[in-house]
Design a protein around this ligand. Structure first.
Ligand SMILES: Cc1ncc(COP(=O)(O)O)c(C=O)c1O
Length: 508
């Protein structure tokens, strides 16, 4: 029996703790995280290193945190800010009054994944007569399209990308369009390699077939237009391209807003209409949702609004220039080291490199960089593409570039000296023989323990703040790299499931 007078577990303290204690706990937990600022984390975070911007965004967030986007008539402030964000995104991406796409409309979503799910939903629901809808995406498209297809029961037709150009052939995209196809998608640029797909050709093929074309500019929609203005050879990818029917752009990436804000744009209101969900057939309020969430905090929207107002067009142009120079510096650092090669010449804000044949084990290299304070993102080998290291570059990296080169060289030397990771024979044969269906809970716990992940599910964790990952990840990455995608998915779902267990004891 739970004693109601003494209940308290996890985040629920028994009598409540003082505000400063609660905040100190958050800060203590945060101390174990990767550094969100300082230009040494090349994924997950987007930091412009603009003094005062965090405080401004936090203050704006606080103003609107309790405002509810559920009903724009109750909170017109939110409606006004959303419309202003959509207007800004539409303008940056080639739409609005005086352009060839004057009727652009849009919605503010919680992130890129939600924008892509809604682009697929709008395309699917525009064709209720198609019983088994399908979408066509390049293999380099963001995984969120696969998630959308899965959630919405839409079939996914994946077109391979060339191992040389890392782009799909437009003809292959065109050939993949069937009578049931409701959407063709491409990226500007792809997350993994930072290359821009042949948007004009793909959009033309989609238009010829009478099919919508979505450009996923979640990553690059706020940098590519500025890079073009700076003189970079950025191909047209936005609403100036005939046949492009919708575009997504994440403000929580290169618009440098705090997390929780993306914009999904449609060329016109008719394109957006099937995105809405409305329901009046219950005794409560009629629900009308343009996006997936119903109740939505105004915090992220207000923070994004204040960020855009403060930085302004000139601010983004300056930040794009700084970022472009940082990309060039990092790419030079990669070129200067024997044993590494760029997987693609940078054309946006990604630097992606791999090892040459006599180069270092990339996963060991990633660990060596981590020990030197550089947090990079390893990418597993896939469909003929080698394993690679991904660097998302933001303006905050610029002052660090000079330090990166020598550390990269030292990390490569250390990785060469250490040699490649060899999977223990029993792990190698296990991965070779294992199918996702054959994974039992015991096997997962054993594997996790063998790899040093979490506490292997024993329930004897070290409490909040203890890192769930081993210091060196090369063994884990090597194991995953040896597994086919379906097994990678299953293993990671199981591992993450082991980490996501409730804490029952509070130490208040
Ligand atoms: C090209 C692209 N599309 C979609 C997404 C998904 O965005 P989010 O993580 O905000 O859901 C990302 C995230 O990196 C991305 O780079």
């Amino acid at each position: 029996m739970i004693d109601e007078n003494t209940i308290g577990a996890g985040a629920l303290s028994r009598d409540g703790v003082a505000a400063d204690v609660a905040l100190a706990e958050v800060r203590r937990l945060r101390a174990g995280d990767r550094p969100t600022h300082g230009g040494r984390l090349f994924a997950y975070v987007y930091d412009p290193a603009v003094p005062g911007l965090d405080d401004l965004a936090a203050a704006a967030h606080r103003e609107s945190a309790h405002v509810n986007g559920l009903d724009p008539t109750a909170f017109p402030s939110l409606l006004a800010m959303e419309n202003a964000l959509v207007g800004a995104a539409g303008r940056v991406l080639g739409g609005g009054p005086g352009t060839t796409a004057p009727d652009v409309v849009g919605s503010v979503t919680s992130g890129g994944t939600e924008s892509l799910i809604l682009a697929v939903k709008a395309a699917r629901d525009a064709h209720p007569e198609i019983a088994a809808p399908r979408i066509v995406v390049p293999a380099s498209a963001h995984a969120a399209f696969a998630k959308a297809a899965h959630y919405l029961r839409v079939a996914l037709d994946v077109v391979p990308v060339s191992v040389d150009t890392l782009r799909p052939e437009p003809a292959a995209m065109a050939a993949a369009i069937r009578p049931e196809t409701v959407l063709v998608a491409c990226s500007a640029p792809s997350y993994a390699h930072g290359v821009v797909d042949p948007v004009a050709e793909i959009a033309a093929a989609a238009a010829d077939a009478g099919v919508r074309c979505h450009v996923d500019a979640c990553f690059g929609g706020w940098t590519l237009p500025y890079l073009r203005r700076l003189g970079e050879p950025v191909p047209a990818f936005d609403f100036t391209v005939p046949g492009v029917t919708s575009i997504s752009v994440d403000l929580h990436k290169y618009a440098y807003a705090p997390k929780g804000v993306s914009v999904l744009l449609h060329r016109d209101a008719a394109g957006r209409a099937p995105q809405y969900f409305a329901y009046a057939d219950w005794p409560g309020y009629t629900m009308i949702n343009p996006v997936i969430a119903s109740t939505r905090s105004g915090g992220p929207i207000a923070a994004a609004y204040a960020t855009l107002r403060h930085l302004g067009d000139a601010g983004y142009l300056r930040l794009a220039a700084v970022t472009r120079d940082a990309v060039a510096g990092l790419a030079d650092a990669v070129r200067a080291v024997d044993g590494l090669r760029l997987l693609a010449e940078p054309e946006s804000t990604v630097v992606c490199f791999t090892a040459t044949e006599d180069g270092p084990d990339l996963f060991v290299l990633v660990d060596e960089l981590t020990t030197r304070g550089w947090h990079t993102q390893p990418q597993l080998s896939y469909a003929g593409l080698p394993a690679s290291v991904h660097l998302t570059v933001t303006a905050s990296v610029a002052p660090r570039v000079a330090e990166f080169g020598p550390d990269l060289a030292a990390a490569v030397a250390a990785a060469q000296a250490a040699g490649p990771v060899r999977l223990p024979a029993e792990l190698a044969s296990l991965v070779g023989a294992l199918t996702p269906e054959a994974l039992t809970p015991d096997l997962v716990v054993g594997l996790a323990a063998g790899l040093g992940l979490g506490d292997g599910g024993s329930g004897a964790g070290d409490g909040p703040g203890a890192g769930p990952l081993p210091e060196r990840m090369a063994l884990v990455n090597t194991l995953l790299d040896a597994a086919p995608p379906a097994l990678r998915e299953r293993l990671l779902v199981e591992f993450v499931g082991l980490l996501q267990r409730p804490t029952w004891d509070s130490d208040d």
